[in-house]
Design a protein around this ligand. Structure first.
Ligand code: DAH
Length: 334
């Protein structure tokens, strides 16, 4: 019995000195641990005593065990408070505050570089009709892009559709403004593409155009060069045009830039060509200008259109386009 009182007194004294949850945990184990706990061992020892002794010591031991448990519980709640107080004085721990979405980063860079060259930034409308998306942009009547299989038409309408490109903003602009104009339009576009690692039904595009009296392909080349320098964060970037066809430009080009990852020597990113393919561009077709009563003998313009996801994929080495709109926070590295 005396021994038991002493054990309890030792326990209480020891408990006072504990400062952390960890220490309390170890202390608890020392007394109540299933293997070799001081109290646990006493329970097995009394099994060998006479019935009377067992009754007496057993009930005392139970009482002590209860008391120990209560004290441990109290101590646990007080040390966790102490730890919180200590944490408040500790140096700041960096936690996930979130990060910008890769598309947001690219859009911000594009806005910076184009506004520095005097371009206005517009977003436009995600719903267009045949005229804005195709007709006013010189698409022939039977152009395959007009097909129901290629564009998302609003249910019940043969005319209204989700815009398939941001080139629609040329039409809105020419209807409302007199040249000279310089604009970029950044916005979502929609196509019934087969979805795979590089194609999505919903994607962002930047359309840029400038109309003035003496605009040439040289102005286009310079402007795009500035854009690539900004996005690729390198000074020694060249731009290359390859002939191509888009109904609203003449001549039309596919635009490549030097692959800055290998300096043009050839690597995995540029598929060993030394050039990265970005998108389309050209000199605005006189038909597009004339349709808006802009004198194509006096005014000329350039236009270009690029996918913003593609820019982010190249810049950040992202392999799967479907990540951008998946909403999976792990993609953002939060
Ligand atoms: N609108 C085209 C598309 O989405 C991209 C494009 C090509 C835009 C050439 C242009 C251009 O302004 O000149 O495929």
């Amino acid at each position: 019995m005396e021994n038991l009182e002493k054990i309890l007194a030792d326990f209480e004294a020891g408990l006072k000195n504990l400062k952390s949850e960890r220490e309390v945990f170890d202390f608890e184990k020392r007394y109540l641990g299933r293997k070799d706990g001081i109290i646990t061992n006493l329970f097995s020892e009394i099994a060998n005593l006479s019935i009377d002794e067992k009754r007496e010591l057993g009930s005392k031991l139970n009482e002590i065990k209860k008391r120990i448990k209560v004290l441990l519980k109290q101590k646990k709640s007080s040390v966790s408070k102490i730890e919180i107080e200590i944490d408040e004085d500790a140096p700041e721990i960096k936690s996930g505050f979130g990060s910008f979405h890769p598309l947001t980063i690219i859009k911000k860079e594009l806005a910076e570089v184009f506004s520095s060259m005097g371009f206005d930034i517009v977003e436009g409308f995600e719903v267009a009709n045949d005229y804005y998306n195709f007709g006013a942009l010189n698409f022939p009547e039977d152009h395959p892009a007009r097909d129901m299989q290629d564009a998302y038409y609003i249910s019940g309408s043969k005319d209204q559709l989700l815009r398939a490109h941001t080139s629609t903003m040329q039409v809105f602009t020419f209807e409302n403004e007199i040249p000279p104009v310089r604009k970029i339009a950044m916005g979502k576009c929609f196509r019934r593409d087969e979805t795979d690692a590089t194609h999505e039904h919903t994607f962002w595009q930047i359309e840029g155009f400038a109309v003035d009296e003496n605009i040439t392909s040289g102005n286009l080349k310079f402007t795009l060069n500035e854009m690539f320098k900004k996005i690729l964060e390198k000074e020694d970037v060249n731009v290359r045009f390859r002939p191509s066809y888009f109904p609203f430009v003449e001549p039309g080009y596919e635009v490549d830039s030097t692959c800055t990852f290998c300096g043009g020597k050839g690597c995995r990113i540029c598929k060993n060509t030394g050039w990265i393919e970005w998108g389309g561009a050209g000199m605005i077709h006189p038909n597009v200008l004339e349709k808006q009563n802009i004198d194509s003998k006096k005014f000329r313009g350039f236009a270009f259109g690029f996918g913003i996801e593609r820019m982010a994929m190249i810049k950040f080495g992202i392999k799967e386009i479907r990540n951008f709109h998946s909403g999976d926070l792990r993609f953002l590295g939060v």
